[in-house]
Design a protein around this ligand. Sequence first.
Ligand code: SAH
Ligand code: SF4
Length: 411
Amino acid sequence: MSVSEAVRPALKTPPVAQPDLFSGKPSLVGMSRETMATALREKGVPEKQVKMRIAQIWHWLYIRGVSDFDAMTNVAKDMREMLKQHFTIARPEVVEEQISNDGTRKWLLRFPARGAGRPVEVETVYIPEEGRGTLCISSQVGCSLTCSFCHTGTQRLVRNLTAEEILGQLLLARDRLGDFPGVDAPVNAFIPSGDRKVTNIVMMGMGEPLYNFDNVKTALLIATDGDGLSLSKRRVTLSTSGVVPEIYRTGEEIGVMLAISLHAVRDELRDMLVPINKKYPLAELLEACRKYPSLSNARRITFEYVMLKDVNDSLEDAKLLVQLLKGIPAKINLIPFNPWPGTNYQCSDWATIEKFADFVNQAGYASPIRTPRGRDILAACGQLKSESERMRKTERLAFEAMMIAGHGEDD
Ligand code: SAH
Ligand code: SF4
């Protein structure tokens, strides 16, 4: 981080106008090759060209990062016109971009309505660290689960994000960070000094990714496709509260790294903190973890454990935790609780967290304490969406006024 970045207060930048938000056309972003082939055939692309066209489109979308058909210079003009007429490759609309004084960035993104619904908003967070840049992606708008310590859990599920919208978060972040080769960052983008762009992704934003399995799978397979975005599956982590059947499917069908929101080592307590535990109790959850494919010391499951004062932070809990994880290649990620308005929980004292960490460490588990990032812009774990929820009413009025007036926000 440069000195000027270190002292810069949290910044908000004006919205970036995006075209095509309400076009209603299907997006080529997030389509698997098979789906794209069908879509092109339906629009009359001759069979012998389909494979070549897909390769071209894939290259422009995922290697060059274009969001305008006219930039696809090796695609014949009439083909570009046809694509323009029937499809979109537009990015999500950036409602707000915030930059924390620790360099974390948070984007509030708006996606068009699907069916009879309204446009929706989600948050995506970028966390630059020494030698890596992690993008925290949302999978749903809100969450249908109700983990008692999580702010997202107090907000109802609005809808699943599509594969396009999940991938759109990655493409948008790479745009804003100037992270596509040969494409300049927008003039008002803030680029971290050094080489920290998107090297890792974590499905740890809003929502339960395994309750939106098909879309998450399609998006992650494209993000890790070697001919495009090419993220290594070892650098992609999916975090789940414990949807056991889909953990098996994740191992078989996606093959990315797994993180489990454990947070408690006894069923009675976990039933309260992570209510999906009533459906899939600890024994079943840990059995699925044991069977996760290709586990080794180099490919370990991350167990997330939020430190809640006088709730789950005793040495007895630490002992049980170590016993429970016996035999599973695991690392334990201790997360200091991030408070939000109205919560009844408190974060454990620092000394208690350290004692807990020491115990688990001595038992042979790497147990980093996760430094909360971007707290000043409410970007830390479990805080997502809170600010935009607060703004919702005024924003809705502004949005409706804009629709009635029939012109964009930057007018
Ligand atoms: N739904 C998924 C992924 C999103 S939550 C899941 O539950 O795993 C990402 C992580 O943040 C989870 O481990 C979650 O339990 C944790 N978390 C939620 N609220 C938090 C809070 N207020 N403070 C700290 N961590 C929190
Ligand atoms: Fe949903 Fe995860 Fe929050 Fe639980 S912790 S309410 S599963 S987002």
